[in-house]
Design a protein around this ligand. Structure first.
Ligand code: SF4
Length: 361
């Protein structure tokens, strides 16, 4: 165990990537980067992290921000509940902890959105306290190092325990990062670079010839297809958009009205029905724009998008699925936070020089 630890630490000392939060390991920087990097590629995470720090350099600045602005800065990372929780946690940190992140695992776990992973990462990376951290890279690395035959999702306790047992005294910061970094750079999901691996002599899967079969993933979760129909209504160069309610899916994000296509219904029928149900506006004159496809962890959404025209004059909308609406200019479309498929639609619309933004419906 001792030589495994030392090899990992030596390897990390020589191979760690130069990442912005590693300059000083400020607790705020560690926290934001760790949340951002969940389900996000490193390069993208670094770009978002830098942009975030420019706008919110510390907890006090973040705690006073509008949720709308936080969501906009988060747009593209998905899982918006993470951004909402960061904002709520910053407000708690400001009022209850003087705007500082406490070096206290139990207090961290009470913050909105802070689970064992984030709390462990803050405690070890920011404060060098002996708490393990297990992400997907560490799971994969351990599945191979220990040649774990059971599906990895069923072995979480075992993997966390191994990570805890391995922690060298006084080296939690470097050691936890060494595990994650080795998983990310060498013990990759496909074609791991075993020839460059500093711990190859300890790797049971390598000895047994089972590297390609580890980790065992178990049954793949089914991706559920969802089809929606959405309408783009334009008046005097402005787009009709609505802000979703504060609860539920895509809470507080903006969107083009629409919703799921019901069984036996065509997308055209659905867009007219949904528009009426959500806004009280009667639309027609449909013109197909495009079908946007976007895949989430468990869902694959297809947005059937149409230009629509108002059939009941300049009636005032009555919202049933949103908290407010706006006639937004193209510039304003860039200033509000939208779910990813709606953002794709905006990019598609604004890339078209022939867009009918001069239409007066
Ligand atoms: S030897 Fe290969 S499979 Fe084993 S830990 Fe190293 S990179 Fe991963």
């Amino acid at each position: 165990m001792q030589s495994l630890r030392q090899q990992l630490l030596d390897w990390f000392a020589a191979n760690s990537r130069d990442l912005p939060w590693r300059a000083g390991y400020a607790p705020y920087h560690v926290w934001i980067s760790e949340v951002m990097l969940q389900q996000t590629q490193m390069e993208r995470g670094v770009a978002y992290f830098k942009r975030w720090l420019k706008r919110f350099p510390d907890i006090a600045a973040l705690a006073k921000a509008d949720e709308e602005e936080v969501l906009l800065l988060w747009e593209g990372l998905g899982y918006y509940s993470r951004a909402r929780n960061i904002l709520k946690a910053a407000q708690v940190l400001l009022t209850e902890h003087g705007g500082k992140i406490p070096a206290d695992h139990a207090a961290l776990r009470k913050l909105p959105g802070v689970g064992p992973y984030t709390a462990g990462a803050i405690m070890s990376l920011a404060f060098n306290e002996p708490y393990p951290v297990v992400d997907a890279n560490v799971e994969r690395l351990f599945a191979r190092l220990y040649d774990i035959e059971a599906p990895i999702k069923e072995c979480k306790k075992l993997v966390w325990q191994k990570a805890r047992d391995l922690l060298p005294e006084g080296e939690a910061r470097q050691f936890n990062q060494a595990l994650m970094e080795l998983g990310a750079l060498v013990c990759k999901p496909k074609n791991p670079s075993c020839g460059l691996c500093p711990v190859i002599e300890h790797c049971r899967a390598h000895r047994q010839g089972t590297v390609d079969a580890r980790p065992v993933m178990g049954k793949a979760q089914k991706i559920i297809p969802i089809a929606t129909a959405n309408g783009v209504l334009i008046r005097e160069g402005r787009f009709f958009i609505q802000k979703r309610r504060p609860q539920g899916v895509w809470a507080n994000l903006w969107e083009f009205p629409g919703g799921q296509i019901e069984s036996g219904e065509s997308p055209e029928e659905a867009v007219v029905r949904e528009f009426y149900e959500e806004t009280g506006l009667v639309v027609g004159g449909l013109e197909r724009i495009h079908a946007i496809k976007h895949t989430y962890t468990h869902y694959r959404i297809t947005l059937h998008c149409y230009f629509v025209s108002l059939l009941n004059g300049k009636a005032k909308p009555t919202l049933t699925a949103a908290q407010e609406y706006r006639w937004a200019t193209p510039a304003e479309l860039m200033a509000f936070a939208f779910p990813a498929p709606h953002r794709q639609l905006i990019e598609y619309l604004l890339a078209d020089p022939g867009i009918r933004i001069q239409n007066d419906s």
